[in-house]
Design a protein around this ligand. Structure first.
Ligand code: PMP
Length: 360
């Protein structure tokens, strides 16, 4: 058995993989695969509508929000957000707590005026900024945050500080649907599907209607959120298979007990791995300060790069894959997204204890 700790694309629920496999040759009696079907078919339109409804139900959102299925990954959102919501003469604000927020901030600078409201770069992205430093200017076009920094393993708490009254936009790529959170505080939230939601190829955007109405109208149509909203994400050919799989993963989350059940499961898994770090008397050192520790990406180092290589090699032999830290920072990273089982987290914690005993 393989324990999959990949950072994304990442583990998917085995029940979903089995369902996809069973339905692949003949999608619900149509005589063809979902891969061969028109995106204008009633079958696909039903999937598209169901996925939007399921997502809104999980988040407790009503008609004031739309769910859009887009392409280009979260990286495309880094550009589309300032293009749509940063008017000439306006200023957008960014809080940067890791590498992905940094990328979003840099991309926005290519579009218009951007202000760095707060950053934890000086401490190596280990923690969160002081809340007092996070209030945006009241005239800001929007405030952008990253709820979970996948590379550093730093996460905002689900109950975020109240940042102020400007539209709040969040990159939730690596912790979306991992826990309940006050979704109505956000004007726009987005996530590439390939961590908690499904396969790569679709980006889920949840956007408040008033933001759509306020967006710039002088952009190419394909770059406007309004186009996707008006056409129910069917302006052009959507990534049909990816949306279908998101639909199945959303059903799986609901069947497990929704976001509260995900939060309980994820907290339990992360606690096992962090406990192995904390009990190791410095053999393992966590990157994030304890108050900012991510429940999705547990990042830590060993005493030397050679020992980290040994750790990764032995982990692989024991069936644990995907544990190398991001190439920009090295070290070890265990990604514990929704579909990673508690058994996998327990196996990793056990392996860490054993490895520390042998090499410590
Ligand atoms: N934001 C975050 C928080 C991420 O983790 C990632 C991908 N690892 C991205 C953005 C970039 O996503 P994509 O590759 O889908 O463009």
């Amino acid at each position: 058995m393989i324990h999959n700790f990949n950072p994304g694309p990442a583990a998917l629920p085995p029940e979903v993989i089995a369902r996809v496999q069973a339905e692949l040759p003949d999608y619900r009696g149509t005589g063809m695969s979902i891969l061969e079907m028109s995106h204008r078919s009633k079958e696909y339109e039903a999937i598209n509508a169901a996925a939007e409804a399921q997502l809104k139900a999980l988040l407790g959102l009503g008609d004031e929000y739309r769910v859009l299925f887009m392409q280009g990954g979260a990286s495309m959102q880094f550009a589309l957000i300032p293009l749509n919501f940063l008017p000439a003469g306006g200023v957008a604000e960014y809080i940067v707590t890791g590498s992905w927020g940094e990328k979003a901030y840099e991309e926005a600078q290519r579009v218009g005026s951007v202000h760095l409201r707060a950053s934890t770069a000086a401490d190596g992205y280990r923690g969160l900024p002081n809340v007092e430093d996070c209030t945006p200017d009241a005239n800001a076009a929007y405030l952008h945050i990253t709820t979970n920094e996948t590379i550093q393993g730093v996460q905002w708490p689900a109950e975020l500080p109240l940042f102020g009254d400007v539209p709040l936009i969040a990159d939730m790529s690596s912790d979306f649907l991992s826990r309940p959170f006050p979704a109505t505080r956000f004007a726009l939230m987005y996530a590439g599907a390939q961590k908690n939601l499904g396969p790569a190829g679709v980006t889920v955007v949840v956007i408040r209607q008033d933001l759509i109405e306020r967006s710039r109208k002088d952009l190419p149509v394909i770059m406007r959120y309004a186009t996707f909203a008006k056409n129910n994400s069917l302006y052009n050919t959507p990534p049909v298979f990816a949306v279908y799989m998101v639909h199945l993963v959303l059903e799986w989350i609901k069947d497990q007990g929704g976001l509260a059940a995900m939060a309980e499961r994820n907290a339990r898994k992360a606690a096992l791995v962090y406990a192995a770090i904390d009990a190791s008397e410095g053999f393992y050192s966590g990157h994030a300060v304890p108050s900012a520790r991510s429940l999705m990406n547990v990042t830590f180092r060993l005493l030397s790069p050679d020992l980290e290589k040994q750790f990764l090699a032995e982990a692989k032999e024991a069936g644990m894959v995907g544990l190398a830290g991001h190439r920009s920072v090295g070290g070890i990273r265990a990604s514990l997204y929704n579909a990673v089982s508690p058994e996998s987290a327990a196996a990793l914690a056990h392996f860490m204890q054993d490895f520390a005993k042998r090499y410590g």
